[in-house]
Design a protein around this ligand. Structure first.
Ligand code: FUB
Length: 338
């Protein structure tokens, strides 16, 4: 055990010296990093965690965020710039509280920030804000995207120029309350022997602010081609969708929430179905785990968060580490230091 601990310590020291697993910024708390390369620079669209005194509960009420800051860096290991407040809750006409994990996209000479928030009735929807610059400031549209619900939008641009939004999160993210795109306030969490709730996908219209057709389920199947049940909670979807493409295949990755894994599944279409392949990252320190994956200068990176700076689950800090594929396209599991 001693030798193992010493080895772990050395690995951490080496990684720290390389600046790879250090918090990217320490002057504010940040989480849920959605990274993109715009104009050959890395932009990170994170949540901005603050302590507002809301007690912790299973609905995540303690994630009481009120604005967004966008971070950017030229390359991994380079200086990180905090561009200041890019959007604030009081400037979102429809939103009452809880600016959770955002994402961004570029089209029509415009940068779009997509973000979930609770409306005046306490129901999560997904809003859009626009800017001429990747770092903002962003101006919110007066209403959320029609037909949007739940949390954690991820906007993926396919090679043919089409954009797709993936979203959803169970428990406090309310996905279990939406059946066939209809809200049922009384619906509770799934029982162990029920099929697990599935994330959702919708193609975006060219205006980037509305869905092109119906919201669909993103089917994730196990290695035998069968659906996951709620009891498969070390593998089933909980929240934090991310989609990237590698060698022509679509990789759908996500958090398993209460078991804290970042998992992935592979498919041949942006709509899926996706077949479960394994764990990208084992649990980090802190309850939540949420990530993004990008390629920059020929290397692949996983952006994620933990609670190294604060030790508190609602005061997180974003990090980045390199991600490696095996020859068969599978991803090498990353074990973060905890
Ligand atoms: O940051 C608030 C919520 O915590 C996010 O929306 C989830 O993905 C989890 O990270």
């Amino acid at each position: 055990i001693c030798r193992y601990a010493a080895l772990q310590g050395m690995i951490y020291l080496l990684a720290s010296l390389q600046g790879m697993t250090q918090p990217l910024v320490k002057h504010i708390y940040t989480a849920d990093p959605s990274a993109h390369v715009f104009n050959n620079r890395i932009y990170i669209y994170p949540s901005h965690d603050t302590a507002t005194g809301v007690p912790e509960d299973d609905l995540g009420s303690h994630f009481d965020m009120k604005d967004y800051h966008i971070l950017s860096l030229d390359h991994v290991g380079g200086k990180v710039t905090d561009h200041g407040v890019a959007l604030t809750l009081k400037d979102v006409p429809w939103a009452q509280k809880q600016l959770w994990a955002p994402d961004a996209a570029y089209a029509n000479n415009t940068y779009y920030l997509y973000f979930p928030a609770k409306d005046s009735t306490g129901v999560f929807h997904i809003g859009v804000a626009k800017s001429s610059k990747p770092e903002g400031p962003f101006k919110a549209l007066p209403k959320p995207i029609p037909g949007s619900y739940s949390i954690d939008p991820c906007v993926f641009k396919d090679e043919d120029g089409n954009f797709y939004m993936y979203f959803g999160g169970i428990w406090g993210g309310q996905l279990q309350k939406w059946d066939h795109n209809k809200y049922n306030s009384k619906a509770g969490n799934k029982a162990a022997d029920e099929k697990a709730a599935l994330p959702r996908v919708a193609k975006l219209k060219k205006d980037m602010t509305s869905f092109d057709g119906q919201v669909k389920d993103v089917v994730i199947l196990n290695e035998k081609g069968l659906p996951f049940y709620e009891k498969d909670n070390d593998k089933r979807f909980f929240e934090a969708s991310w989609v990237h493409k590698y060698k022509g295949k679509y990789y759908f990755s996500y958090s398993t929430g209460d078991t804290h894994n970042l998992c992935y599944a592979i498919g041949n279409s942006p709509y899926g179905p996706f077949t479960y392949k394994g764990v990208i990252m084992t649990p980090v320190k802190g309850w939540t785990t949420h990530h993004s994956i990008i390629e920059k200068d020929g290397k692949w990176y996983l952006f994620y968060h933990d609670v190294e700076l604060s030790g508190k689950t609602y005061l997180r800090n974003v990090k980045v580490t390199e991600l490696h594929y095996k020859a068969d396209g599978s991803i090498e599991t990353i074990h973060p230091e905890i």
